[in-house]
Every structure is written in C-alpha cells, then in structure tokens.
Design a binder for this molecule. Sequence first.
Ligand code: FMN
Length: 342
Amino acid sequence: MEFSMAPMEGITNYIYRNAFGECYSGLNRYYSPFIAVHEGARMKRRDLKDILPENNRHPVIPQILTNNSDDCIKACRILWEMGFPEVNINMGCPSPTVTVKGRGSALLRDLQKLDAFLSDVCTSSDNIGLKISVKSRIGWEDPAEFEGILAVFAKYPLKELILHPRVTREGYGGTPHLEIFCKNLLSKCKFPVAYNGNIYQLSDYIKADEIMDFAGNCVDHVMLGRGLITRPYLAENLAKWDSCKSKMQDDASKSSQKDEKMRLRSFYETILEESKKEFGGEAQVLSHMKELVNYWAMGFTDGASYLKEMRKTKRLIELDILFKQLLVNEEVIIDDNNLKII
Ligand SMILES: Cc1cc2nc3c(=O)[nH]c(=O)nc-3n(C[C@H](O)[C@H](O)[C@H](O)COP(=O)(O)O)c2cc1C
C-alpha cells in the first residue's frame, strides 16, 4: 500500500510538508492544498510559491480548483511547464464559499458539464503528456449519485481517482460510505482508485481493509488527512503493519512515548521557526500554530483541557509554554479507539 498526505488548506503548506519529511516517514507522496485558478488562469503568487521545486524537499502533486475548462487547461500547461508531470483536480471541496461558485464538489452536480469539462481537460493534457488525477466525493446529496458520476470518470484516462466516500452535504462528519467500495462499482474503472477518509489509527486501517478489501478493489493508495495531522507517526505505523501484518500488530502501534514526544517537539519547533520567516507578523504565526496544535493536542491524554487554554492565548510565547507543558505532562495516545479527531 502507498500512503500520501492529503491536501489540507491552511495546514499542509510547504513548511509543514518539509518538516514532516525531516521528522517522520511512511509517506510515498504529498498533495498541495488547492490552488484556486481564477479567470484567465491566474493563480496567486503565494499558492505557486508553495509548490515551487526550490521550496519543496519532497515531490508534491499540485492540486487545482476550478470549474472552467479553459482556465484549467491553461493552468495545467503552466504547471506542466514548471515541471509537474501530474496535476490533481479538486472535485471534493464541500465548503459553501467554493461550491457557490460551482467549484469543488459542485462539479459533481451536473454530469453533462462534468463530462464536457473532463473531455476538454483530458484531451488537452493528453496532447502534452500531462497526467490528470481527480480527488472526488461520491455525490452531492445522495451516495446513489456515484454510479452516474463514476460512469463519467470511467470515460477518461485518469492517472488516478482519489475517493472520499461522502456526499457534499455530509461535510467531514459521520461515517464514510465504505459500501461504495464493496459494490463492484470500481471494477468499471480503467484507472487506479485511492481511498481517503477517517483513517485515524491502525485499527481504522485494518477495519477499512476488511470491509473494503483494498486488494480485491485494486486500491493501492490510501490518502491520510486529519488522522495523520493529529498523529504524524500514523503512516509509519500503517506501513510497518503492511509489511509484517498480524505479527507486528502490537509493536507497530507502540512507538515509545519519549521518542514520539521528542519528534513532535522537533516537528513543532521546525514549523514554528520557518513560519516566523514565512509569515512575519506574530498574529499570523500564532493563528497558524493554533491550527496545528488543535490537531496535535487531541493525540494526547487530556489534550482537550490544554486545547481550551491554548485557544485563548494571545501571544506565541503563551502558546509555546502550554504546548511544552502538554508534552511534559500528558501521554501520547498511541492507539486508542476513544481518540477524538476534530
Ligand atoms: C482544514 C481542512 C482543509 C482541507 N483542505 C483541502 C484541500 O485544500 N484540498 C482537498 O482536496 N481537500 C481538502 N480537505 C479534505 C482532506 O484532504 C480530506 O479529504 C478530508 O480531511 C477527509 O480525510 P480524513 O478523514 O483522512 O481527514 C481539507 C480538509 C480539512 C479538514
């Protein structure tokens, strides 16, 4: 199985990805948070900076967000000229600020438009040898929509379809519709299908594999989002488990407390220092670090009460002190079914 870091806007920027690669392993690839493509294929300088090869120590697959095929084609060409062999298209974002413009998962609402969009984009990318992958949901309102959506995708030579099996109205809550993977629908695809959703710990991965039969469904890539942010050692544990299966079940999930705390501290320090250089102003750095500690704290016993305090902080130094207290006083929840992910 291959594992990748999910794109997460506001979190998995190049600083995060570089620091992650220094402190942790287990990932085969990284995806950039979405780059919004504006009229005329304009992309923000800040978004392009995030994917520039000189800023990335690990190869990144850029993800773009647009519903206009002309802009998409132009943006793909720009990215191809920058040296990217693959571009991922966001068809999964459920945020109303995105879908109101017909972007993200709103692309799944009108199958004729989706078909025309993919036809234009895939023809053009084929001409230049650029690979197109798609990150998608299974529908807008009802999982039954997926059959029709998949029939459209299946017409095109996608590099990969990364599937988050929820519909738009479900946001990121509730349980993913794993049955989609069991319905033999995916056998219609000529391209590989990757799974994404609610893998927070080893037991989730094992359970997901039992239900969805990754091998039987030719799933050889699992994309990790909130689980990996909360427990950055997650991909390592999953990869260890994969290589040794049941023999390693216990060992794979039990890294030492001390090692994990030291690694998280070094991960935190690296991101903090680099973010100070990137963002400049204390308020911006503080808000970014709060976003991260929101996740990390939930990977600790009683992380919730530290989180309450950390959210109230107005200075970086206060956050720093609280985070270090958390590292000293609390235990890392190595594998716990009660883990709560926000
Ligand atoms: C804060 C946040 C930001 C996200 N940003 C993106 C994004 O830029 N592009 C994208 O395709 N998905 C984005 N997602 C969705 C994740 O990539 C992933 O599909 C989702 O979190 C479900 O996977 P998980 O259950 O492993 O977290 C975001 C999710 C969250 C919570």
